[in-house]
Design a binder for this molecule. Structure first.
Ligand SMILES: *[C@@H]1O[C@H](CO)[C@@H](O)[C@H](O)[C@H]1NC(C)=O
Ligand SMILES: *[C@@H]1O[C@H](CO)[C@@H](O)[C@H](O)[C@H]1NC(C)=O
Ligand SMILES: CC(=O)N[C@H]1CO[C@H](CO)[C@@H](O)[C@@H]1O
Length: 490
């Protein structure tokens, strides 16, 4: 009987294996269907959350936003570096600014492998010119309107706002802006150019492989560091009577070789401008990649105390926090942080800045000028998170978080319609609200994807991002996302 058994096993073996294979395929595809269903529900729920708040087309909110802008030249980073024959450095190194080609190689290597966003000033005009020339005829290159202020302005105009944009541009740059944007600034013949080295996830450059899609930006501006539109902007601001003031683009002053005292003078002028704008006017400051410690200190002195709202990414948050705690700037942080980590950092930034506000209010004797921080928006690859003070002027936090999350996919995929075959969820099935032991875990529910809850004097909202897998562009993502989040909260 035993032999017979073996015989039948041999005879039916292939049939059984075929069956097992089929079963596995069936399981796999049904797993995929379940996953697809999940993403589908998640998307429709996010869309529903976003559309809960409509924008009134007849009373378009008015937003004034500065400063500067540039023409972005987007290229595939690795193709450009290969074209100019740059040898990948075996010493990844961080530099505050770039002077020569070796430093570019070391600096690019430093950020490319982890896939962290970076932006560096190029001190060497000759080299910058050579890189731009090499990029101009690189296949697949693309020009677009760049700079925090114009990108945020574009997004706000698209979402239904009237915008006053502070920046000095060339006429053909101004021509491509939306009809809802009014420019305040000088007219330039040549705009500043920013070279955007984009790279997808999983590509290699020498021994390095990128762990996520991102970009490395090189600039060598002549105009932007001087905030040269500030006076025109200030003049038009009074008449424009905005509902919201947005300040961004200040990273162009980072590591720039100013004559002594010049940067202080500019920032102090900016500080006057922000602080004298009506106390009721909400002010948002969009952070960026800063590496020079002294300019961060300046921001903490001249800008941040007058802002009600801050926007930043997962690199900029720990950088700011570290400085607030009296430590050094952090140049590179985890590009894929956990929700709990980010929330803890946000709570601390919120707490420290509001503590500083209380101290300043007490000591300066001019309480009308400094403002408490009432809104903090952090955008990461996997999720969006916001802290908003209860009873503050910011409305609709849940919908705004949903909109920010959808905008992340729309921007990176380069399409307003979200295609689920190009989307992936990286956030886990549940997240812990803090790294403290015994913290509550919140499950990610597809039908109610935006989780909001209250703590102390604020509300926190977290929304997962349907991460785009076919990257069209990462540069400008933070600006598009931040602007989209703001528009529902004015
Ligand atoms: C600037 O770049 C050019 C071209 O790559 C190079 O020849 C020159 O040595 C660089 N200058 C400095 C100061 O590094
Ligand atoms: C912080 O920066 C200072 C000055 O650049 C440096 O001397 C010091 O070693 C740094 N400390 C840390 C902990 O990195
Ligand atoms: C890549 C992308 O979609 N970026 C968008 C950011 O916002 C501006 C202004 O709305 C759009 O023009 C860009 O297309």
């Amino acid at each position: 009987m035993e032999g017979g058994g073996r015989l039948s096993w041999v005879r039916y073996g292939p049939v059984v294996s075929l069956f097992v294979v089929l079963l596995a395929v069936w399981f796999r595809s049904s797993e995929r269907t379940v996953l697809d269903d999940r993403l589908d529900t998640l998307l429709s729920s996010l869309l529903r959350a976003e559309s809960k708040v409509g924008i009134n087309d007849f009373a378009r909110p008015k937003v004034a936003i500065g400063f500067g802008g540039c023409a972005d030249l987007l290229v595939d980073g690795v193709s450009l570096l290969n074209k100019i024959g740059l040898i990948p450095s075996d010493q990844p190194l961080h530099h505050d600014y770039l002077e020569n080609i070796e430093q570019l190689s070391q600096s690019f290597a430093y950020f490319f492998a982890p896939g962290a966003a970076a932006e560096r000033f190029m001190l060497n005009d000759t080299l910058f010119g050579e890189l731009v020339e090499a990029s101009r005829d690189l296949p697949g290159n693309r020009w677009s309107v760049g700079g925090n202020a114009p990108v945020m302005a574009g997004r706000l105009a698209k979402e239904g706002c009237d915008v006053l944009l502070g920046g000095s541009f060339s006429p053909d740059f101004t021509d491509v802006l939306s009809e809802h944007i009014t420019v305040a600034g000088k007219v330039l013949e040549e705009p500043d150019i920013h070279l955007i080295l984009e790279y997808p996830m999983g590509v290699s450059w020498g021994p390095y492989i990128s762990h996520r899609a991102n970009r490395y930006i090189i600039h060598s501006d002549d105009h932007n560091p001087y905030l040269d539109s500030m006076e025109e902007f200030a003049k038009k601001l009074t008449h424009f009577q905005p509902d919201l003031l947005v300040v961004g683009g200040l990273q162009m002053m980072d590591s720039f070789p100013f004559p002594p005292g010049e940067r202080h003078a500019l920032l102090s002028r900016l500080s006057d401008l922000i602080s004298t704008s009506s106390a009721k006017l909400g002010t948002h400051f969009e952070m960026a990649s800063f590496v020079e410690e002294s300019i961060m200190e300046d921001l903490l002195h001249y800008v941040i105390p007058y802002a009600d709202s801050l926007g930043m990414n997962e690199q900029e948050l720990p950088n700011l926090l570290s400085l607030l705690k009296g430590s050094n700037i952090t140049v590179l942080s985890d590009p894929n942080p956990r929700v709990a980590t980010v929330l803890d950092q946000m709570r601390e930034v919120y707490r420290i800045l509001n503590q500083r506000y209380k101290l300043a209010e007490m000591s300066e004797g001019d309480p009308s000028k400094v403002k408490p921080l009432t809104r903090l928006h952090v955008h990461t690859l996997a999720f969006q998170s916001m802290i908003v003070t209860r009873g503050s002027q910011w409305k609709n936090t849940m919908s705004a978080t949903a909109k920010a999350s959808l905008t992340a996919n729309r921007h990176v995929c380069g399409s307003n319609d979200i295609d689920l075959s190009k989307a992936r969820l990286i956030m886990d099935d549940s997240f812990s609200v803090s790294r403290q032991e015994g913290s509550q875990r919140i499950p990610l529910q597809e039908s109610r994807p935006v989780s909001c809850w209250e703590e102390n004097d604020y509300e926190i909202c977290v929304a997962p991002v349907l991460v785009c897998t076919e990257v069209y562009q990462t540069a400008g993502g933070g600006d598009n996302i931040s602007a989209a989040g703001l528009v529902l909260q004015i």
